[in-house]
Ligand binder design. Structure first.
Ligand code: PEP
Ligand code: MG
Length: 610
Protein backbone atom coordinates (compact mmCIF):
# COMPACT_ATOMS: atom_id res chain seq x y z
CA UNK A 1 0.00 0.00 0.00
CA UNK A 2 1.27 3.46 -0.74
CA UNK A 3 1.50 6.44 1.56
CA UNK A 4 -1.59 7.75 -0.10
CA UNK A 5 -4.68 5.63 -0.13
CA UNK A 6 -6.66 5.62 -3.30
CA UNK A 7 -9.92 7.36 -2.48
CA UNK A 8 -13.09 7.73 -4.42
CA UNK A 9 -13.78 11.35 -5.15
CA UNK A 10 -16.51 13.26 -3.40
CA UNK A 11 -19.75 13.72 -5.30
CA UNK A 12 -18.95 16.07 -8.18
CA UNK A 13 -20.29 19.58 -7.66
CA UNK A 14 -23.49 20.18 -9.53
CA UNK A 15 -24.17 16.50 -10.17
CA UNK A 16 -27.84 15.70 -10.00
CA UNK A 17 -27.82 12.00 -9.27
CA UNK A 18 -29.67 10.96 -6.17
CA UNK A 19 -27.42 7.93 -5.51
CA UNK A 20 -26.15 9.50 -2.33
CA UNK A 21 -29.39 11.02 -1.14
CA UNK A 22 -31.29 7.74 -1.22
CA UNK A 23 -29.09 6.12 1.46
CA UNK A 24 -30.25 8.46 4.19
CA UNK A 25 -33.20 6.66 5.63
CA UNK A 26 -33.32 3.11 4.32
CA UNK A 27 -31.41 0.30 5.98
CA UNK A 28 -28.53 -0.85 3.84
CA UNK A 29 -26.37 -3.88 4.48
CA UNK A 30 -22.85 -4.07 3.03
CA UNK A 31 -20.42 -6.92 3.24
CA UNK A 32 -16.65 -6.70 3.67
CA UNK A 33 -13.78 -8.66 5.16
CA UNK A 34 -14.19 -9.65 8.82
CA UNK A 35 -11.05 -8.39 10.54
CA UNK A 36 -11.56 -8.01 14.26
CA UNK A 37 -14.46 -9.61 16.15
CA UNK A 38 -17.07 -7.76 18.17
CA UNK A 39 -20.25 -5.85 17.40
CA UNK A 40 -20.26 -2.05 17.39
CA UNK A 41 -23.21 0.32 17.23
CA UNK A 42 -22.55 4.02 16.81
CA UNK A 43 -22.69 7.12 14.64
CA UNK A 44 -20.37 7.35 11.65
CA UNK A 45 -17.30 9.52 12.12
CA UNK A 46 -15.99 10.23 8.64
CA UNK A 47 -12.26 10.79 8.80
CA UNK A 48 -11.56 12.89 5.77
CA UNK A 49 -7.94 13.55 5.09
CA UNK A 50 -6.52 17.03 5.64
CA UNK A 51 -4.72 18.40 2.57
CA UNK A 52 -1.05 17.49 2.45
CA UNK A 53 1.09 20.34 3.77
CA UNK A 54 4.23 21.47 2.00
CA UNK A 55 6.49 24.47 1.94
CA UNK A 56 6.85 26.46 -1.26
CA UNK A 57 10.37 25.86 -2.44
CA UNK A 58 12.74 27.26 -5.07
CA UNK A 59 15.23 24.89 -6.69
CA UNK A 60 18.58 25.22 -8.46
CA UNK A 61 18.82 24.69 -12.21
CA UNK A 62 20.87 21.57 -11.47
CA UNK A 63 17.87 20.06 -9.66
CA UNK A 64 15.39 20.36 -12.54
CA UNK A 65 15.89 16.79 -13.65
CA UNK A 66 15.49 15.29 -10.16
CA UNK A 67 12.42 17.41 -9.46
CA UNK A 68 10.83 16.41 -12.76
CA UNK A 69 11.54 12.77 -11.91
CA UNK A 70 9.69 13.21 -8.60
CA UNK A 71 6.77 14.68 -10.47
CA UNK A 72 6.72 11.77 -12.95
CA UNK A 73 6.74 9.30 -10.05
CA UNK A 74 3.80 11.08 -8.37
CA UNK A 75 1.91 11.06 -11.67
CA UNK A 76 2.57 7.34 -12.02
CA UNK A 77 1.41 6.67 -8.49
CA UNK A 78 -1.74 8.77 -8.96
CA UNK A 79 -2.47 6.97 -12.18
CA UNK A 80 -2.20 3.58 -10.48
CA UNK A 81 -4.53 4.69 -7.70
CA UNK A 82 -7.13 5.99 -10.13
CA UNK A 83 -7.00 2.86 -12.26
CA UNK A 84 -7.45 0.79 -9.14
CA UNK A 85 -10.47 2.82 -8.14
CA UNK A 86 -11.88 2.44 -11.62
CA UNK A 87 -11.43 -1.33 -11.47
CA UNK A 88 -13.35 -1.41 -8.20
CA UNK A 89 -16.32 0.58 -9.45
CA UNK A 90 -18.10 -2.65 -10.38
CA UNK A 91 -18.83 -3.17 -6.69
CA UNK A 92 -20.90 0.00 -6.45
CA UNK A 93 -24.60 0.45 -7.21
CA UNK A 94 -25.20 1.21 -10.88
CA UNK A 95 -26.24 4.84 -10.42
CA UNK A 96 -23.12 5.55 -8.36
CA UNK A 97 -21.02 3.94 -11.09
CA UNK A 98 -22.61 6.11 -13.73
CA UNK A 99 -21.82 9.16 -11.65
CA UNK A 100 -18.25 8.39 -10.74
CA UNK A 101 -16.79 6.61 -13.78
CA UNK A 102 -16.72 9.72 -16.05
CA UNK A 103 -15.08 11.66 -13.24
CA UNK A 104 -12.30 9.12 -12.83
CA UNK A 105 -11.78 9.17 -16.59
CA UNK A 106 -11.50 12.93 -16.46
CA UNK A 107 -8.84 12.66 -13.74
CA UNK A 108 -6.93 10.05 -15.74
CA UNK A 109 -7.02 12.27 -18.80
CA UNK A 110 -5.69 15.19 -16.81
CA UNK A 111 -2.60 13.26 -15.78
CA UNK A 112 -2.10 11.76 -19.24
CA UNK A 113 -0.31 13.68 -22.01
CA UNK A 114 -2.27 16.79 -21.08
CA UNK A 115 -1.96 20.54 -20.93
CA UNK A 116 -1.73 20.22 -17.16
CA UNK A 117 1.22 17.83 -17.23
CA UNK A 118 3.06 19.87 -19.86
CA UNK A 119 2.42 22.95 -17.78
CA UNK A 120 3.82 21.28 -14.67
CA UNK A 121 7.06 20.24 -16.39
CA UNK A 122 7.44 23.72 -17.84
CA UNK A 123 6.83 25.39 -14.49
CA UNK A 124 9.55 23.32 -12.77
CA UNK A 125 12.07 24.08 -15.53
CA UNK A 126 11.22 27.71 -16.17
CA UNK A 127 10.30 29.09 -12.77
CA UNK A 128 12.71 26.83 -10.83
CA UNK A 129 10.26 25.60 -8.21
CA UNK A 130 9.77 22.25 -6.49
CA UNK A 131 7.31 19.76 -7.93
CA UNK A 132 4.78 20.44 -5.13
CA UNK A 133 4.96 24.18 -5.73
CA UNK A 134 4.54 23.68 -9.47
CA UNK A 135 1.49 21.46 -8.95
CA UNK A 136 -0.17 23.92 -6.56
CA UNK A 137 0.51 26.94 -8.80
CA UNK A 138 -0.37 25.33 -12.11
CA UNK A 139 -3.63 23.69 -10.94
CA UNK A 140 -4.73 26.89 -9.26
CA UNK A 141 -3.91 28.91 -12.40
CA UNK A 142 -5.88 26.53 -14.63
CA UNK A 143 -8.83 26.35 -12.19
CA UNK A 144 -9.07 30.11 -11.82
CA UNK A 145 -8.84 30.70 -15.56
CA UNK A 146 -11.85 28.48 -16.30
CA UNK A 147 -14.59 30.66 -17.79
CA UNK A 148 -17.41 30.63 -15.30
CA UNK A 149 -20.00 32.91 -16.92
CA UNK A 150 -21.25 30.74 -19.77
CA UNK A 151 -21.69 27.61 -17.74
CA UNK A 152 -21.36 28.43 -14.06
CA UNK A 153 -22.12 24.90 -12.79
CA UNK A 154 -19.97 23.04 -15.27
CA UNK A 155 -16.99 25.38 -14.95
CA UNK A 156 -17.11 25.25 -11.17
CA UNK A 157 -17.11 21.48 -11.33
CA UNK A 158 -14.19 21.34 -13.74
CA UNK A 159 -12.21 23.74 -11.57
CA UNK A 160 -12.86 21.47 -8.59
CA UNK A 161 -11.67 18.50 -10.60
CA UNK A 162 -8.40 20.22 -11.47
CA UNK A 163 -7.87 21.19 -7.82
CA UNK A 164 -8.66 17.63 -6.72
CA UNK A 165 -6.09 16.11 -9.05
CA UNK A 166 -3.62 18.70 -7.78
CA UNK A 167 -4.30 17.62 -4.20
CA UNK A 168 -3.73 13.99 -5.15
CA UNK A 169 -0.41 14.79 -6.83
CA UNK A 170 0.78 16.83 -3.85
CA UNK A 171 -0.24 14.06 -1.46
CA UNK A 172 1.76 11.56 -3.46
CA UNK A 173 4.72 13.93 -3.69
CA UNK A 174 4.82 14.60 0.03
CA UNK A 175 3.78 11.08 1.05
CA UNK A 176 1.94 12.67 3.95
CA UNK A 177 1.36 9.88 6.45
CA UNK A 178 -0.48 11.74 9.18
CA UNK A 179 -4.18 11.86 9.77
CA UNK A 180 -5.76 13.34 12.86
CA UNK A 181 -8.45 11.60 14.85
CA UNK A 182 -8.46 14.22 17.58
CA UNK A 183 -12.09 15.14 16.95
CA UNK A 184 -13.33 11.56 17.07
CA UNK A 185 -16.26 11.55 19.48
CA UNK A 186 -16.43 8.82 22.07
CA UNK A 187 -18.46 5.79 20.93
CA UNK A 188 -18.27 6.62 17.21
CA UNK A 189 -17.58 4.23 14.37
CA UNK A 190 -14.70 5.39 12.21
CA UNK A 191 -15.59 5.12 8.52
CA UNK A 192 -13.15 6.05 5.79
CA UNK A 193 -11.90 4.90 2.42
CA UNK A 194 -8.62 3.57 3.74
CA UNK A 195 -6.64 3.54 6.93
CA UNK A 196 -2.87 3.28 7.02
CA UNK A 197 -1.09 1.33 9.79
CA UNK A 198 0.34 4.61 11.09
CA UNK A 199 -3.21 6.00 11.31
CA UNK A 200 -4.44 2.92 13.15
CA UNK A 201 -1.64 3.37 15.66
CA UNK A 202 -3.11 6.77 16.55
CA UNK A 203 -6.54 5.41 17.46
CA UNK A 204 -7.64 5.28 21.06
CA UNK A 205 -9.53 1.99 21.46
CA UNK A 206 -11.29 3.20 24.61
CA UNK A 207 -13.07 5.94 22.63
CA UNK A 208 -13.75 4.06 19.46
CA UNK A 209 -16.73 1.73 18.94
CA UNK A 210 -15.48 0.22 15.70
CA UNK A 211 -13.83 0.75 12.32
CA UNK A 212 -15.04 0.11 8.78
CA UNK A 213 -13.20 1.01 5.59
CA UNK A 214 -13.62 0.64 1.84
CA UNK A 215 -10.05 -0.56 1.40
CA UNK A 216 -7.86 -3.14 3.12
CA UNK A 217 -7.40 -6.87 3.51
CA UNK A 218 -7.53 -9.35 6.36
CA UNK A 219 -3.83 -9.63 7.22
CA UNK A 220 -2.53 -6.18 6.28
CA UNK A 221 -0.87 -4.18 9.05
CA UNK A 222 -3.95 -2.05 9.55
CA UNK A 223 -5.99 -5.19 10.21
CA UNK A 224 -3.31 -6.46 12.59
CA UNK A 225 -3.33 -3.17 14.52
CA UNK A 226 -7.11 -3.18 14.82
CA UNK A 227 -7.15 -6.75 16.10
CA UNK A 228 -4.40 -5.84 18.53
CA UNK A 229 -6.45 -2.94 19.83
CA UNK A 230 -9.49 -5.22 20.21
CA UNK A 231 -11.61 -2.84 18.11
CA UNK A 232 -14.45 -4.48 16.11
CA UNK A 233 -13.51 -3.94 12.49
CA UNK A 234 -14.61 -4.74 8.95
CA UNK A 235 -12.32 -3.74 6.08
CA UNK A 236 -12.64 -3.93 2.30
CA UNK A 237 -16.31 -2.86 2.30
CA UNK A 238 -16.68 -1.69 -1.30
CA UNK A 239 -18.80 1.44 -1.64
CA UNK A 240 -19.04 2.10 2.10
CA UNK A 241 -18.06 5.75 2.04
CA UNK A 242 -20.62 6.36 -0.68
CA UNK A 243 -23.34 4.56 1.27
CA UNK A 244 -22.89 6.37 4.58
CA UNK A 245 -22.61 9.92 5.79
CA UNK A 246 -21.16 11.35 9.02
CA UNK A 247 -23.74 10.98 11.78
CA UNK A 248 -25.57 8.00 10.19
CA UNK A 249 -26.10 5.21 12.68
CA UNK A 250 -24.23 2.02 11.73
CA UNK A 251 -23.92 -1.47 13.13
CA UNK A 252 -20.74 -3.35 12.33
CA UNK A 253 -20.15 -7.02 13.03
CA UNK A 254 -16.43 -7.71 12.96
CA UNK A 255 -16.85 -11.49 12.96
CA UNK A 256 -19.45 -11.68 10.19
CA UNK A 257 -17.86 -8.87 8.16
CA UNK A 258 -21.08 -6.87 7.80
CA UNK A 259 -21.88 -3.17 8.04
CA UNK A 260 -25.52 -2.04 8.33
CA UNK A 261 -26.14 1.63 7.63
CA UNK A 262 -29.30 3.20 9.10
CA UNK A 263 -30.43 0.00 10.85
CA UNK A 264 -34.15 -0.64 11.41
CA UNK A 265 -35.33 -0.93 15.05
CA UNK A 266 -35.30 -4.74 14.63
CA UNK A 267 -31.70 -4.81 13.39
CA UNK A 268 -30.71 -2.50 16.19
CA UNK A 269 -32.34 -4.69 18.84
CA UNK A 270 -30.58 -7.78 17.43
CA UNK A 271 -27.27 -5.90 17.43
CA UNK A 272 -27.72 -4.92 21.08
CA UNK A 273 -28.29 -8.58 21.96
CA UNK A 274 -25.15 -9.50 20.00
CA UNK A 275 -23.10 -6.92 21.95
CA UNK A 276 -24.21 -8.49 25.23
CA UNK A 277 -23.54 -12.03 24.00
CA UNK A 278 -20.06 -11.05 22.84
CA UNK A 279 -19.21 -9.47 26.19
CA UNK A 280 -20.45 -12.59 28.00
CA UNK A 281 -18.28 -14.79 25.76
CA UNK A 282 -15.24 -12.60 26.45
CA UNK A 283 -15.79 -12.95 30.16
CA UNK A 284 -15.96 -16.70 29.88
CA UNK A 285 -12.69 -16.73 27.97
CA UNK A 286 -11.05 -14.51 30.58
CA UNK A 287 -11.52 -17.34 33.07
CA UNK A 288 -9.06 -19.40 31.02
CA UNK A 289 -6.31 -16.94 31.86
CA UNK A 290 -4.84 -18.88 34.70
CA UNK A 291 -5.12 -22.31 33.08
CA UNK A 292 -2.09 -23.83 31.36
CA UNK A 293 -1.88 -24.22 27.60
CA UNK A 294 -1.57 -28.02 27.51
CA UNK A 295 -2.95 -30.53 25.06
CA UNK A 296 -5.12 -33.44 26.23
CA UNK A 297 -1.95 -35.58 26.07
CA UNK A 298 -0.19 -33.19 28.45
CA UNK A 299 2.20 -31.40 26.12
CA UNK A 300 2.82 -27.79 27.09
CA UNK A 301 2.38 -25.31 24.23
CA UNK A 302 3.91 -21.84 24.33
CA UNK A 303 1.42 -19.03 23.67
CA UNK A 304 2.87 -15.54 23.49
CA UNK A 305 1.53 -12.17 22.38
CA UNK A 306 2.47 -9.83 19.54
CA UNK A 307 2.90 -6.19 20.50
CA UNK A 308 2.35 -3.35 18.03
CA UNK A 309 2.13 -0.43 20.45
CA UNK A 310 2.85 -0.13 24.20
CA UNK A 311 -0.85 0.65 24.84
CA UNK A 312 -1.43 -3.07 24.44
CA UNK A 313 0.68 -4.03 27.48
CA UNK A 314 -2.28 -4.20 29.91
CA UNK A 315 -4.23 -6.31 27.38
CA UNK A 316 -1.24 -8.64 27.05
CA UNK A 317 -0.92 -8.92 30.82
CA UNK A 318 -4.61 -9.84 31.10
CA UNK A 319 -4.52 -12.29 28.19
CA UNK A 320 -2.50 -14.98 29.97
CA UNK A 321 0.26 -14.81 27.31
CA UNK A 322 3.64 -16.19 28.34
CA UNK A 323 5.68 -13.23 27.15
CA UNK A 324 5.94 -11.40 23.86
CA UNK A 325 6.84 -13.47 20.82
CA UNK A 326 6.96 -10.54 18.43
CA UNK A 327 7.47 -6.92 19.39
CA UNK A 328 7.07 -4.99 16.15
CA UNK A 329 9.34 -2.04 16.88
CA UNK A 330 7.95 0.11 14.04
CA UNK A 331 5.72 2.00 16.50
CA UNK A 332 8.79 3.73 17.90
CA UNK A 333 9.51 5.27 14.52
CA UNK A 334 5.98 6.12 13.37
CA UNK A 335 4.05 9.39 13.53
CA UNK A 336 7.09 11.56 14.25
CA UNK A 337 9.58 13.57 12.31
CA UNK A 338 12.83 12.61 14.02
CA UNK A 339 14.23 9.20 14.80
CA UNK A 340 14.26 7.90 18.39
CA UNK A 341 17.78 7.93 19.83
CA UNK A 342 19.47 5.13 21.77
CA UNK A 343 18.29 6.43 25.17
CA UNK A 344 14.65 6.68 24.16
CA UNK A 345 14.69 3.24 22.58
CA UNK A 346 16.44 1.69 25.59
CA UNK A 347 13.81 3.10 27.93
CA UNK A 348 10.95 1.84 25.79
CA UNK A 349 12.34 -1.70 25.43
CA UNK A 350 13.27 -1.80 29.10
CA UNK A 351 9.78 -0.82 30.21
CA UNK A 352 8.24 -3.58 28.08
CA UNK A 353 10.71 -6.20 29.32
CA UNK A 354 10.14 -5.14 32.92
CA UNK A 355 6.35 -5.26 32.44
CA UNK A 356 6.65 -8.88 31.32
CA UNK A 357 8.05 -9.77 34.74
CA UNK A 358 10.56 -12.43 33.70
CA UNK A 359 8.68 -13.77 30.67
CA UNK A 360 10.60 -13.69 27.41
CA UNK A 361 10.37 -10.70 25.04
CA UNK A 362 11.37 -11.07 21.38
CA UNK A 363 12.15 -7.69 19.87
CA UNK A 364 12.10 -7.47 16.10
CA UNK A 365 14.38 -4.78 14.72
CA UNK A 366 12.83 -2.18 12.47
CA UNK A 367 10.91 -3.63 9.52
CA UNK A 368 10.56 -0.63 7.25
CA UNK A 369 9.12 -0.98 3.77
CA UNK A 370 6.13 -2.37 1.98
CA UNK A 371 3.07 -0.70 3.46
CA UNK A 372 4.94 0.38 6.61
CA UNK A 373 5.98 3.86 5.55
CA UNK A 374 7.72 5.97 8.15
CA UNK A 375 8.09 9.70 7.63
CA UNK A 376 11.02 10.12 10.06
CA UNK A 377 13.20 7.83 7.95
CA UNK A 378 12.38 9.91 4.91
CA UNK A 379 13.03 13.15 6.76
CA UNK A 380 16.49 11.88 7.76
CA UNK A 381 17.23 10.83 4.19
CA UNK A 382 17.69 7.17 5.17
CA UNK A 383 15.20 5.83 2.66
CA UNK A 384 14.29 6.99 -0.84
CA UNK A 385 11.94 9.95 -0.83
CA UNK A 386 9.75 8.34 -3.42
CA UNK A 387 8.80 4.76 -2.65
CA UNK A 388 10.03 2.17 -5.13
CA UNK A 389 7.76 1.04 -7.90
CA UNK A 390 7.48 -2.25 -6.08
CA UNK A 391 7.98 -1.49 -2.39
CA UNK A 392 7.21 -5.01 -1.13
CA UNK A 393 10.19 -6.24 -3.12
CA UNK A 394 12.46 -3.30 -2.37
CA UNK A 395 14.58 -2.06 0.48
CA UNK A 396 12.55 -3.80 3.23
CA UNK A 397 13.50 -5.02 6.68
CA UNK A 398 17.06 -6.29 7.11
CA UNK A 399 18.01 -4.91 3.68
CA UNK A 400 17.54 -1.34 4.87
CA UNK A 401 19.25 -1.99 8.22
CA UNK A 402 22.36 -3.38 6.52
CA UNK A 403 22.35 -0.41 4.16
CA UNK A 404 22.05 2.02 7.11
CA UNK A 405 24.28 0.41 9.79
CA UNK A 406 24.01 3.42 12.11
CA UNK A 407 20.26 3.02 12.36
CA UNK A 408 20.75 -0.71 12.99
CA UNK A 409 23.53 -0.25 15.55
CA UNK A 410 21.53 2.29 17.56
CA UNK A 411 18.62 -0.10 17.83
CA UNK A 412 20.79 -3.10 18.67
CA UNK A 413 22.62 -1.10 21.36
CA UNK A 414 19.30 -0.08 22.89
CA UNK A 415 17.99 -3.67 22.89
CA UNK A 416 21.22 -5.00 24.41
CA UNK A 417 21.18 -2.39 27.16
CA UNK A 418 17.52 -3.13 27.93
CA UNK A 419 18.12 -6.89 27.90
CA UNK A 420 19.50 -6.62 31.46
CA UNK A 421 15.89 -6.26 32.57
CA UNK A 422 14.79 -9.79 31.58
CA UNK A 423 14.99 -12.59 29.01
CA UNK A 424 15.22 -11.02 25.57
CA UNK A 425 15.68 -12.20 22.00
CA UNK A 426 16.48 -10.21 18.86
CA UNK A 427 14.63 -10.94 15.63
CA UNK A 428 15.64 -9.93 12.07
CA UNK A 429 12.85 -9.19 9.55
CA UNK A 430 12.69 -10.07 5.83
CA UNK A 431 15.76 -12.26 5.68
CA UNK A 432 16.34 -14.07 2.41
CA UNK A 433 20.05 -14.95 2.56
CA UNK A 434 22.53 -16.60 4.92
CA UNK A 435 24.91 -13.72 4.19
CA UNK A 436 22.42 -11.22 5.64
CA UNK A 437 22.31 -13.11 8.92
CA UNK A 438 26.13 -13.31 9.03
CA UNK A 439 26.45 -9.59 8.33
CA UNK A 440 23.82 -8.78 10.97
CA UNK A 441 25.56 -10.99 13.53
CA UNK A 442 28.89 -9.25 12.90
CA UNK A 443 27.27 -5.90 13.59
CA UNK A 444 25.44 -7.31 16.63
CA UNK A 445 28.65 -8.62 18.18
CA UNK A 446 30.52 -5.43 17.36
CA UNK A 447 27.82 -3.42 19.16
CA UNK A 448 28.08 -5.83 22.13
CA UNK A 449 31.86 -5.33 22.32
CA UNK A 450 31.50 -1.57 22.09
CA UNK A 451 28.93 -1.49 24.91
CA UNK A 452 31.16 -3.62 27.11
CA UNK A 453 34.08 -1.25 26.46
CA UNK A 454 31.76 1.56 27.48
CA UNK A 455 31.27 -0.24 30.82
CA UNK A 456 27.79 -1.58 30.11
CA UNK A 457 27.15 -4.82 32.02
CA UNK A 458 25.85 -7.39 29.54
CA UNK A 459 25.28 -11.11 30.04
CA UNK A 460 28.19 -13.32 28.93
CA UNK A 461 26.17 -14.59 26.01
CA UNK A 462 24.33 -12.01 23.95
CA UNK A 463 20.56 -12.62 23.66
CA UNK A 464 19.71 -15.13 20.89
CA UNK A 465 19.62 -13.66 17.38
CA UNK A 466 16.85 -15.19 15.29
CA UNK A 467 15.18 -14.56 11.97
CA UNK A 468 11.73 -14.21 10.49
CA UNK A 469 10.92 -16.83 7.89
CA UNK A 470 8.53 -14.81 5.78
CA UNK A 471 9.65 -15.22 2.20
CA UNK A 472 9.56 -18.39 0.12
CA UNK A 473 13.33 -17.96 -0.39
CA UNK A 474 13.96 -18.09 3.36
CA UNK A 475 11.58 -21.01 3.89
CA UNK A 476 13.19 -23.07 1.16
CA UNK A 477 16.67 -22.41 2.55
CA UNK A 478 15.57 -22.98 6.14
CA UNK A 479 18.13 -25.78 6.58
CA UNK A 480 21.01 -23.44 5.67
CA UNK A 481 19.56 -20.57 7.69
CA UNK A 482 19.16 -22.87 10.70
CA UNK A 483 22.96 -23.04 10.91
CA UNK A 484 23.41 -19.28 11.28
CA UNK A 485 20.24 -18.31 13.17
CA UNK A 486 19.42 -19.14 16.79
CA UNK A 487 15.66 -19.32 16.33
CA UNK A 488 12.99 -19.02 13.65
CA UNK A 489 9.74 -17.06 13.77
CA UNK A 490 7.50 -17.94 10.83
CA UNK A 491 5.75 -14.83 9.51
CA UNK A 492 2.83 -16.38 7.68
CA UNK A 493 1.43 -13.01 6.62
CA UNK A 494 4.29 -12.07 4.34
CA UNK A 495 4.98 -15.72 3.55
CA UNK A 496 1.44 -16.05 2.13
CA UNK A 497 1.74 -12.74 0.30
CA UNK A 498 5.08 -13.50 -1.36
CA UNK A 499 4.24 -17.15 -2.11
CA UNK A 500 0.92 -16.38 -3.74
CA UNK A 501 1.91 -12.97 -5.18
CA UNK A 502 -1.10 -11.39 -3.46
CA UNK A 503 -0.86 -8.07 -1.61
CA UNK A 504 -1.97 -8.85 1.94
CA UNK A 505 -3.64 -5.45 2.35
CA UNK A 506 -5.45 -5.24 -1.00
CA UNK A 507 -9.21 -5.81 -0.96
CA UNK A 508 -9.28 -6.50 -4.71
CA UNK A 509 -7.26 -9.67 -4.38
CA UNK A 510 -8.29 -10.60 -0.84
CA UNK A 511 -10.10 -13.69 -2.15
CA UNK A 512 -6.75 -15.06 -3.38
CA UNK A 513 -4.91 -14.44 -0.11
CA UNK A 514 -4.98 -17.86 1.52
CA UNK A 515 -2.56 -19.03 4.22
CA UNK A 516 -4.15 -22.49 3.82
CA UNK A 517 -2.98 -22.70 0.21
CA UNK A 518 -0.94 -25.92 -0.08
CA UNK A 519 2.09 -23.95 -1.28
CA UNK A 520 2.14 -21.89 1.94
CA UNK A 521 1.56 -24.95 4.13
CA UNK A 522 4.41 -26.82 2.45
CA UNK A 523 6.76 -23.93 3.21
CA UNK A 524 5.62 -23.86 6.84
CA UNK A 525 6.17 -27.63 7.04
CA UNK A 526 9.61 -27.47 5.40
CA UNK A 527 10.71 -24.70 7.76
CA UNK A 528 9.39 -26.46 10.85
CA UNK A 529 11.08 -29.72 9.97
CA UNK A 530 14.40 -27.99 9.23
CA UNK A 531 14.23 -26.28 12.64
CA UNK A 532 13.31 -29.49 14.42
CA UNK A 533 16.24 -31.36 12.83
CA UNK A 534 18.60 -28.66 14.14
CA UNK A 535 16.76 -28.45 17.51
CA UNK A 536 16.16 -24.78 16.81
CA UNK A 537 13.24 -23.04 18.52
CA UNK A 538 10.56 -22.25 15.95
CA UNK A 539 7.29 -20.38 16.35
CA UNK A 540 4.52 -18.94 14.20
CA UNK A 541 3.98 -15.23 14.75
CA UNK A 542 1.88 -14.39 11.69
CA UNK A 543 -1.91 -14.13 11.92
CA UNK A 544 -2.22 -17.89 11.35
CA UNK A 545 -0.78 -18.46 14.81
CA UNK A 546 -3.71 -16.59 16.39
CA UNK A 547 -6.45 -18.54 14.63
CA UNK A 548 -7.84 -21.21 16.99
CA UNK A 549 -9.29 -23.17 14.07
CA UNK A 550 -5.81 -23.70 12.64
CA UNK A 551 -4.28 -24.98 15.90
CA UNK A 552 -4.84 -28.72 15.24
CA UNK A 553 -3.13 -28.43 11.85
CA UNK A 554 -0.19 -26.35 13.12
CA UNK A 555 0.31 -28.62 16.13
CA UNK A 556 0.14 -31.59 13.77
CA UNK A 557 2.95 -30.08 11.69
CA UNK A 558 5.12 -30.11 14.80
CA UNK A 559 4.82 -26.49 15.93
CA UNK A 560 4.75 -25.91 19.68
CA UNK A 561 5.08 -22.15 20.00
CA UNK A 562 2.78 -19.37 18.76
CA UNK A 563 2.64 -15.63 19.08
CA UNK A 564 -0.57 -13.72 18.37
CA UNK A 565 -2.61 -10.61 19.10
CA UNK A 566 -3.37 -10.59 22.82
CA UNK A 567 -7.13 -10.83 22.31
CA UNK A 568 -6.69 -14.21 20.57
CA UNK A 569 -4.74 -15.91 23.39
CA UNK A 570 -7.76 -17.24 25.36
CA UNK A 571 -9.46 -18.72 22.29
CA UNK A 572 -6.25 -20.31 21.07
CA UNK A 573 -5.66 -21.69 24.56
CA UNK A 574 -9.12 -23.22 24.49
CA UNK A 575 -8.26 -24.89 21.16
CA UNK A 576 -4.93 -26.19 22.51
CA UNK A 577 -6.60 -27.64 25.61
CA UNK A 578 -9.03 -29.52 23.37
CA UNK A 579 -6.31 -30.89 21.07
CA UNK A 580 -4.75 -34.33 21.05
CA UNK A 581 -1.35 -34.39 19.34
CA UNK A 582 -1.78 -37.80 17.73
CA UNK A 583 -5.05 -36.70 16.15
CA UNK A 584 -3.41 -33.43 15.11
CA UNK A 585 -0.58 -35.31 13.41
CA UNK A 586 -3.08 -37.50 11.55
CA UNK A 587 -4.96 -34.39 10.40
CA UNK A 588 -1.74 -32.74 9.23
CA UNK A 589 -0.75 -35.85 7.25
CA UNK A 590 -4.12 -35.86 5.53
CA UNK A 591 -3.99 -32.13 4.80
CA UNK A 592 -0.48 -32.27 3.41
CA UNK A 593 -1.53 -34.93 0.89
CA UNK A 594 -4.01 -32.50 -0.65
CA UNK A 595 -3.35 -30.15 -3.52
CA UNK A 596 -6.78 -28.54 -3.66
CA UNK A 597 -7.11 -25.48 -1.36
CA UNK A 598 -10.89 -25.99 -1.11
CA UNK A 599 -10.44 -29.56 0.16
CA UNK A 600 -7.86 -28.30 2.68
CA UNK A 601 -10.30 -25.70 3.93
CA UNK A 602 -12.94 -28.39 4.38
CA UNK A 603 -10.54 -30.59 6.34
CA UNK A 604 -9.28 -27.79 8.57
CA UNK A 605 -12.29 -25.52 8.98
CA UNK A 606 -15.10 -28.01 8.34
CA UNK A 607 -17.27 -28.01 5.18
CA UNK A 608 -18.38 -24.57 4.01
CA UNK A 609 -22.12 -23.92 4.49
CA UNK A 610 -24.08 -24.72 1.32
C1 PEP B 1 4.42 -11.70 9.07
O1 PEP B 1 4.79 -11.28 7.98
O2 PEP B 1 3.74 -12.75 9.20
C2 PEP B 1 4.79 -10.99 10.31
C3 PEP B 1 4.54 -11.49 11.49
O3 PEP B 1 5.38 -9.77 10.17
P1 PEP B 1 4.53 -8.44 9.83
O4 PEP B 1 3.08 -8.83 9.88
O5 PEP B 1 4.91 -7.42 10.83
O6 PEP B 1 5.02 -8.12 8.46
MG1 MG C 1 6.27 -9.68 7.92
Amino acid sequence: MNATEPRLPRRPAGARSSALATVKTTERKLVGIPVSPGVAIGPVFGASEAPAAFTRRKIQAADIQAETARLEMAILQSRKQLLKLRARLGNLPEDSQAEIAPLLDAYLQMIGPSRLVRGLRRRIAETLVSAETAVADETEAIATAMPSEADPDGAGRRADEVREIGRRLVRNLTQTPFRSFAALPSGAVLVCEGLRPADAALLDPSRLAGVATDEGGSDGHTAIMLRALGVPAVLGVAGLSQASRPGNLVVIDGAAGTVVVNPTPETLAAARRAVTAFARGQQKLARLRRLRAVTTDHVEIELQANLEIPAELPLIAQSGAAGIGLLRSEFLFMNRETLPDEEEQTETYRSVIEAMGGDQVTIRVLDWGGEKDIAALQAEGLVPEVTDENPALGLRGIRLLLRQPELFETQLAAILRASNAGPTRVLLPMVTNVSEVRAAREIYERVGRRLRRRGERLADRLPPLGIMIETPGAALSADALAIVAEFFAIGTNDLSMYTLAVDRGDADVAHLYDPLHPAVLRLVQFTTEAAMRMRLPVSVCGEMGGNPKLMPLLLGLGLRSFSMNAAAVPRVKQAVRAANLEECAALARKVMEQSDPARIRDLVLGPAPA
